[in-house]
Each structure stands twice: as C-alpha cells, then as structure tokens.
Design a protein around this ligand. Structure first.
Ligand SMILES: C=CC1=C(C)c2cc3[nH]c(cc4nc(cc5[nH]c(cc1n2)c(C)c5CCC(=O)O)C(CCC(=O)O)=C4C)c(C)c3C=C
Ligand SMILES: [Fe+2]
Ligand SMILES: [Fe+2]
Length: 375
C-alpha cells in the first residue's frame, strides 16, 4: 500500500518570483524530501530611513557581529548610530538599487542562484530536492523558509551559507538562526550545514577564469591585482575566529592557479566599521599608497563575496576607485563577483551534491547493500 499523501503546501513561487521555494521538478512526491537552503547576509527592504534602520538594527544587534556588552552597545546603536547611519547607507543603497526588481543586487543574485541550482538538480533529483533561499537579516528569514521546507515535506535539510570563508560573524550566525528556528518545531528535519568553500577547486577555477576573461577585455594591463576581503575586528581573530586563515587559503590557491606571487597579488581588507583596529592592511590605505610607488594601474577582485553587493559595487567599485584616482592612479577596474554565472552554479551544484552524500537517491543502493550485508 502506498503511504498516505501529505497535503501539499500552497504552490511555491517559481523561479524569478520574489521569494520562496524554487522546486527542482513537478511536485509529485512530498514525503521524505531533501531541502537545500541557500542563505545570504540580507539587505534592506527599501532605501528609505525606516527600512535601513530596521535592517541595520537587526544586523548590528546580532551579538556574533558586535561583540560588545549590549548594556553599553544598545544605547549607542539605538541612539546615535541608527539616527545617522541609515541616511548614509540609504544613499549608498540607492546608487546600486535595481529598479526593475525593486531590490538590492544581493537579493537578485541570491534568488537567481537558487533558481538555477534547482534547474541543475531537477533532471536527476526531480521533486525529491527542494531548493530555497533566505536572508540572515530581513526577509525572507531563515525561520520562515525552514518552516516552508518542512511544510513541503523535507525531512532532511542542508543549510548552505553563501560565504566562501567561515567566520563566526557570518557562517556561524546563519547556523544559529537555523537551529533557533528548529527549536520551535516539534517535527524537526535532520540538518546539515556547509562550513565554507574557501579553496574549493571549482571556486578557485571560476575566480581565476573571471580574472582572465576580465583582464583580456581591458585595453590596458594592471601592474597589480589586489584581492579585497571584507574585514573583521582584530579582537575577534585573537579570540579564535579563523576567518583570516580561510582568506589565506583562498589566496594561496588562487595565486597558484593564476601563477602570481603574493607581491603581484596581495590581500587587503575593506569595510571597517567603528573605531577599533580591524584586519590589515586596509584596502583604501593600500590603494592610496600605490601611485607613490609608481603603480597607477590596478584591478581589484573580491573573493570574499560570491555575489556583488553594496560592499563590492559601491565600496570597491566607487569609493575605493575614488581613493585610488585621487592619489594619482590612472586605471582601475573592479572585477565582478561570480554572481549567477555558470561558474557559481557549477560550484553550488558540486557543493550540494557533496554535502548531500548519503542522502541522495544514488547513495541509497549502497546503504541497502550495507544493510543486506549486516542482515
Ligand atoms: C559592524 C560589524 C560588521 C562585521 C563584523 C561584518 C562582517 C562581515 N560582513 C560580511 C559581508 C557583508 N557585509 C555587508 C554589509 C555590511 N556589513 C556591515 C558591518 C559588519 N560586517 C554593515 C554595517 C553593512 C551594511 C552596509 C552599510 O551600511 O554600509 C554585505 C552587503 C549587504 C548588501 O545588502 O549588499 C555583505 C555581503 C562578511 C563576509 C563579514 C565577515 C567576514
Ligand atoms: Fe559586513
Ligand atoms: Fe562597506
């Protein structure tokens, strides 16, 4: 007798729609499905004061992000910072906002990645795997999409934070949100999390290809290639955050792939926030110093970001360009992230298939063989 069918949830929005599950095939099987949840940082719902204030308040109240006693931090955050910062950040977001979708690029690329990944998995996994996406801060939230996956019959879920390098401030807080969401569930799915993909061969190959393609299209050649990663307070690293070591893994592999030395392809850190010391060298200090040393043509890559966002488009693409040209630089190029290109989707597919080992249908006969042997 066939098992009783679970009631299907409301049809999920399909590819290209605003939020929700992109099903990897027709919804003809609902029991025992596998969910894959891509999670990115998050982004405001609009560029006005209140959307920015809500977003920054949630983000900067995360104790993994700001490691300061909340009794001291919250008055400062809710008072001075959230009174002024939303205006400045809002102006930055307005410059990069995608009017067609009325959203930020990070959201567009994250949704596109989920849709394209679902298409890749569909031919052999069909409706057995549901791909969805969420944001750690703002919407769609991790809790909301995990609830949707369990409602769609997922009994096993892979949470895939879209950060190439692990940090407690990014990857760990995504995992916190996922496990916190499960705390409310009576019938929990099994949960797997991806730690990082700092030097995954497909990540490195895709980055190297993007550098080669981009540089070949320029009518000038850079004297230096700079890799700019999002920064982190030094204090967090001293307390054990392995993020800079993960960045270094990316750099060692990428330099090898491109045949460049640390001198021709140095690593720097951007996006400092607040007054304390962050990881160094700072991107802008480095860019400011180069023309004085005769280096006036530079290309910048941002391998700490899978998708373009405010940090890459506005900070590296506009602010840092300005810093460099003001200091005497003549040629500057910001190399786009992998976004929803084929390299990114190849990588995501490989990561998912690897992480789902033992859960995927092709692995089941092996389990059956094992069981038969024991019996
Ligand atoms: C204040 C502390 C911050 C830490 C620590 C931090 C770590 C960190 N962040 C990313 C990736 C992204 N950050 C983005 C935006 C962003 N980051 C901070 C602050 C910290 N980040 C702020 C205040 C903002 C908002 C932008 C602004 O107001 O200036 C984004 C982009 C989001 C978007 O919508 O485009 C990403 C991505 C990493 C990888 C990281 C630690 C390793
Ligand atoms: Fe950040
Ligand atoms: Fe920034």
């Amino acid at each position: 007798m066939s098992p009783p069918r679970r009631p299907l949830p409301a049809p999920p929005p399909v590819l290209g729609q605003r939020a929700g599950a992109a099903l990897a095939g027709p919804a003809d099987r609902t029991a025992g499905r596998i969910g894959v949840l891509l999670v990115n940082l998050g982004t405001p719902e609009g560029t006005g004061y209140w959307p920015l204030r809500r977003y920054l308040s949630e983000f900067l109240s995360d104790r993994r992000v700001i490691e300061i006693n909340p009794l001291l931090w919250q008055p400062l955050l809710q008072g001075v910072i959230l009174t002024t910062r939303p205006f400045r950040s809002g102006a930055n977001y307005r410059r990069i906002w995608r009017s067609a979708e009325n959203e930020s690029p990070l959201r567009t690329f994250t949704r596109a990645q989920a849709g394209l990944l679902a298409e890749r998995l569909a031919p052999d996994l069909g409706a057995g795997v549901v791909v969805d996406w969420a944001m750690r801060y703002g919407r769609p939230s991790v809790a909301e999409r995990l609830d949707a996956l369990t409602a769609a019959g997922c009994e096993r879920v892979l949470v895939l934070p879209l950060y190439p390098q692990y940090s407690a401030t990014t990857t760990a807080t995504v995992n916190d949100a996922a496990f916190r969401a499960l705390m409310r569930q009576r019938r929990q799915p099994a949960l797997r999390t991806l730690r990082s993909f700092a030097d995954h061969p497909l990540y490195i190959r895709a980055l190297a290809d993007s550098v080669r393609t981009r540089l070949a299209a320029l009518d000038w050649q850079p004297q230096l290639l700079l890799a700019s990663f999002h920064g982190l307070p030094r204090r967090y690293v001293q307390a054990g955050d392995p993020y800079p070591a993960e960045c270094n893994r990316t750099m060692v592999a990428l330099r090898r792939e491109l045949g460049l030395s640390a001198r021709d392809f140095p690593m720097v850190f951007q996006s400092r926030f607040g007054r304390e010391r962050w990881l160094e060298p700072y991107t802008d200090s480095k860019l400011e110093s180069l023309p004085g040393r005769g280096i006036t043509r530079v290309a910048v890559i941002t391998p700490g970001f899978l998708s373009d966002c405010i940090e890459t488009i506005d900070e590296i693409g506009r602010e840092s360009r300005h810093v460099f040209t003001e200091a005497g630089g003549t040629h500057y190029d910001a190399i786009p992230c992998l976004n929803d290109g084929v390299g990114a989707i190849d990588l995501l597919e490989a990561l998912v298939r690897d992480e789902l080992r033992g859960w995927l249908p092709e692995d089941r006969p092996m389990a059956a063989v094992g069981l038969a042997a024991v019996a």
